[in-house]
Design a protein around this ligand. Structure first.
Ligand code: TA6
Length: 296
């Protein structure tokens, strides 16, 4: 049977391997319509920009880019838990481990797709057997898809996951977020109270940290300063998080510039808290986002 050739090599003019900040291994993708950067640590996209437009993603100027330290910005892959866990790293271990680049393919229209796999680790060995693959597809849009397979013979595997996406905005005071009206959320800034989103257009005027539950629809970031909308379409995700640390919390984070909160907002797509995934043995789950920009 003919074996399909799986490419993991550079593609001249399209896919380049390089040393990124602090010499961390980085893959640079150039298409006719866009560019993107991906660090093997965390399989983390840190940059996505369409030709002639401002960047879509935000990465802190103070991000550490140190092995084992989360990169502050882009699309951190949060897995297999979200938030703090006693004696364990906040937001799981996937974002600080070095993923393996397992496949590079060119699709019609000059679109580039990468597949990365999370290698086995001591942390993973404490869980039911699983495989985690991430697909990143770069073209006129950017897509990220996390595929988790429960490979254990009999154990179910309960996990949380999230694309913790940091978006670049022209000015947080000129931003509104739509798509969440009427959705229940956990207000992490108000003793985890459960509330219902009343606003059609959410504005960020203070520290904001909300986990919206049982929501599957698209969310749009309306940016009047940059004159664009960023649209987040998703499948296989039932939670959306909206986060901006605002001034005081940003000051407390060493890898976050004191006024950088003014030019970013996180709209995160995942399966968190009530929406934790419980995967039966032998089954797989897929969570996908697609990021696009549109005129206002
Ligand atoms: O997604 C929002 C959040 O859970 C916030 O509570 C804040 O902790 C943020 O993630 C960043 O977490 P990190 O561990 O990356 O500093």
């Amino acid at each position: 049977m003919a074996t399909t050739h799986i490419n993991t090599q550079e593609i001249p003019g399209r896919v380049f391997f390089t040393e990124g900040n602090n010499d961390l291994p980085k893959v640079v993708i150039k298409t006719a319509r866009s560019t993107a950067d991906l660090y093997l640590q965390g399989a983390q996209v840190t940059h996505f920009q369409k030709t002639g437009e401002p960047p879509v993603l935000w990465t802190s100027q103070l991000s550490r880019f140190e092995t084992g330290t989360p990169i502050r910005g882009g699309i951190p892959v949060i897995f297999p838990w979200f938030g703090p866990r006693e004696d364990m790293p906040s937001h799981g271990f996937a974002r600080t481990q070095t993923w393996e680049l397992r496949e590079i393919s060119q699709l019609p229209g000059g679109v580039v797709s990468l597949r990365l796999g999370l290698p086995d680790s001591a942390e993973a060995a404490l869980l039911p057997a699983f495989k985690a693959d991430l697909w990143i597809t770069v073209g006129d849009t950017l897509a990220a898809e996390l595929v988790v397979a429960n490979t254990s013979p009999s154990d179910e595997f309960a996990f949380e996951c999230c694309f913790h996406t940091y978006f670049h905005v022209g000015g947080i005071d000129a931003v509104s977020i739509t798509g969440l009206q009427g959705v229940e959320y956990i207000d992490q800034c108000d003793k985890f109270a459960r509330k219902i989103e009343a606003a059609d257009r959410i504005r960020i005027t203070q520290e904001t940290d909300r986990i919206y539950l049982d929501t599957t629809g698209p969310v749009e970031i309306h940016d009047t300063k940059l004159g664009r909308r960023i649209r987040v379409d998703k499948t296989g995700s039932f939670s959306t998080v909206v986060w901006n640390p605002w001034a005081a919390k940003a000051q407390r984070m060493p890898d976050f510039g004191s006024d950088e909160y003014l030019e970013m907002v996180c709209v995160e797509s995942g399966n968190i808290n009530d929406n934790t995934i419980t995967l039966p043995a032998g089954k797989s789950s897929c969570m996908k986002i697609e990021l696009s920009t549109l005129p206002l």
